[in-house]
Structure formats: structure tokens, C-alpha cells
Design a protein around this ligand. Structure first.
Ligand code: PGA
Length: 258
């Protein structure tokens, strides 16, 4: 737990489009015993939709590990071929939902408005949104990082009221660090996280901003997690590649938390 706040650390695995149901079972059978003795943190697994049921069964009643979806649509049901809704996800025990991941934004063309409607829908349907934001390399190199983060935050929180804002998690994932092996330096990560928290303070207030958990994502590995978690505004990590192997994600999930 962050010493100056009561923000519970979060270590989240984003499996993207990896793992069949049988690979998922193998992962959990190896992973769960490795994290059994941990406490004081939320460990989250976001498998592909087809493996939600298998994860849900294997972590049933687990006090530490819980289930996330990688995306959802904002409507409950209807003629939306290929989409999935919160009521469908909740049947599997899904508690969290990753929204606005850079791959959704840049490969599938999701825009700020669509993401805002998804955040709203998640909150209305008792799911915790993990709102992903982050700048591209050319935006960072042009000195636009803060501006991009502000634009994504103000859109992502546009439908969120003060009474519910504390529930939202923000994941700062610089696009140039995702899947590239390039992690933001501690200074770059802390600067962005501090900027995000300052924006949240001006949009809501310092009490609410102090409760919102801000995760870092982008080439998080067992050998950089402790340094990232030691930064005062980093409350957790969203992990892609290094979450696919039980040993490696268990090492990350076992990081030092103060
Ligand atoms: P990575 O992915 O850890 O493989 O960089 C992170 C993410 O996309 O959430």
C-alpha cells in the first residue's frame, strides 16, 4: 500500500489475443500456488473472452485474484454483431474492464467519445473501468505528452460524476513502450503520473484524485517492477507480454508494496 495514501496496489495481466482455454488452465494451475501467500494487493487477469469462464471457475472464491475483460460495448444488448456487454461479462464474475487500450484506439479506431460511453456504461453496471491513456512516440517527441493525456482524460471522464470517480482506474501506457521492450524511465513515468493526478485534482478534488489508482503499462517486467512501484504516483502495473508466463507474472505480482 502506498505509504501516503490508501491506494491498494494493482498488478493486472492483459493477455491480449493470447491463450486458448487449455493454455489458460495450465497457466492458472502453475500461477495460483505461486501467489497464494500474497496479500495487500489486487491481482487481475484479463484473458480473451473465450477464456473468461475457465478463469472464473479456477479463481472462484480467490480473495486475491480477480477477473477483467479486455473490452466491452456500452449497450446492454441489441444488433451489435461481434460485441459483448457488461451483463454478459458479469455472468462470468468479471469485476473490471480495460477500456481505451491503445490497440483498441489505434488498430480498431476507437475514439475518445466511444471510450467515454464505455466508461459510463461500466460504472452504471457495477464494473470498474481501467481507462487507458498514453501518447505516441511522435507526440512525446513534439512535447505534446501532457496535452494528449489531458485530452484523453477529459474525454474519458466526461461522463463520470464526482461521486463515482474514485472507482475508476487510469492506466498510463505510453504507446511507444507497449510491446517494444522500451520502458518509460522512472522520471518519465512519475512525471506523467503526477500530471494525471494533478489533472484529476483540478477536475474533481484532491481527496478524489488521491484515491484514484494510476497504473503504469508498457514493457513492465520482473526486473523493472520494483523501481516503478517505488514511484509515489504509480499504484500498479498493466502487464502484457510478461504476464503470459506464470513465473514471470508471479514475480511481478509479488513486487514490493509499501
Ligand atoms: P506490454 O503490454 O507489457 O507487452 O508492453 C502492455 C499493455 O499493452 O497493456
Amino acid at each position: 500500500m502506498n505509504s501516503i495514501s490508501n491506494r491498494k496496489p494493482v498488478l493486472a495481466a492483459n493477455w491480449k489475443m493470447y491463450k486458448t482455454v487449455s493454455e489458460t488452465r495450465d497457466f492458472l494451475n502453475a500461477f495460483l500456488p505461486l501467489v497464494n501467500d500474497l496479500s495487500g494487493r489486487d491481482i487481475i487477469i484479463a484473458p480473451p473472452f473465450t477464456a473468461l469462464s475457465a478463469v472464473g471457475e479456477l479463481i472462484e472464491d480467490n480473495r486475491l485474484v480477480s477477473l477483467a475483460a479486455q473490452n466491452m460495448y456500452f449497450e446492454q444488448e441489441g444488433g451489435f454483431t461481434g460485441e459483448i456487454s457488461s451483463i454478459m461479462l458479469k455472468e462470468f464474475g468479471v469485476k473490471w474492464v480495460i477500456l481505451g487500450h491503445s490497440e483498441r484506439r489505434h488498430i480498431f479506431g476507437e475514439d475518445d467519445r466511444l471510450i467515454a460511453l464505455k466508461v459510463k456504461s461500466a460504472l452504471e453496471n457495477d464494473m470498474i473501468p481501467i481507462l487507458c491513456i498514453g501518447e505516441k512516440l511522435e507526440e512525446r517527441e513534439s512535447g505534446l505528452t501532457h496535452e494528449i493525456l489531458e485530452r484523453q482524460l477529459s474525454a474519458g471522464f466526461s461522463e463520470v460524476g464526482s461521486e463515482e470517480a474514485y472507482q475508476v482506474l487510469v492506466a498510463y501506457e505510453p504507446v511507444w513502450a507497449i510491446g517494444t521492450g522500451k520502458t518509460a524511465t522512472p522520471d518519465q513515468a512519475q512525471d506523467a503520473h503526477f500530471h494525471i493526478r494533478s489533472w484529476l485534482t483540478s477536475r474533481f478534488n484532491s481527496g478524489i484524485a488521491g484515491q484514484i489508482r494510476i497504473l503504469y503499462g508498457g514493457s513492465v517486467k520482473p526486473d523493472n517492477i520494483n523501481e516503478l512501484m517505488s514511484l509515489s504516483d504509480v499504484d500498479g502495473a498493466l502487464v502484457g507480454g510478461a504476464s503470459l508466463k506464470p513465473d514471470s507474472f508471479a514475480e511481478i505480482a509479488s513486487c514490493r508494496v509499501e
